[in-house]
Design a protein around this ligand. Sequence first.
Ligand SMILES: [Zn+2]
Length: 159
Amino acid sequence: MNCRESRQHWNLYHDSEKDAGLHFRIGEHLAVCPQCAEWFQQQSRLEYMLVENIAVRRPTAELWDRVLAQTQLLKPVPARRWFLFSFSGALACAAGILIAIVLLRHAFPSQPISDLTAITTTFHHRLAGGDEPLQFRSRSDLEVDNYLLWKTWSMQLTN
Ligand SMILES: [Zn+2]
């Protein structure tokens, strides 16, 4: 066996695959060829280092985001868009709270304003316990905001 043939089958030799005859012939060549013996040793060291590094490092969420962004599967979001998104989310929350207060005042008009916390808590417990039917469900701030606005307007129209 010559140098080219033995190096061509390095991975089979390293993984102890293929037949015993090939393994034996490569072993014979390495015994008489110090260049190939050194090359095989370097290849094996590199292989072990790669396996060790892959096994030790667990992919983090940031790493996955970078990988997905570099493969164009996930587009990076500029910081300005995050600011706008957060700001509009905060506005939607504030609007939702205000509308909820209006709805609660409408639902319990006889209660004094100081009882608003108790009313809110009671209403929340009724919702959580299934005593009050859930009128609308969505993970979208915009959809919830639109629903609450629609609900407020429809209640104003009926009054
Ligand atoms: Zn050789």
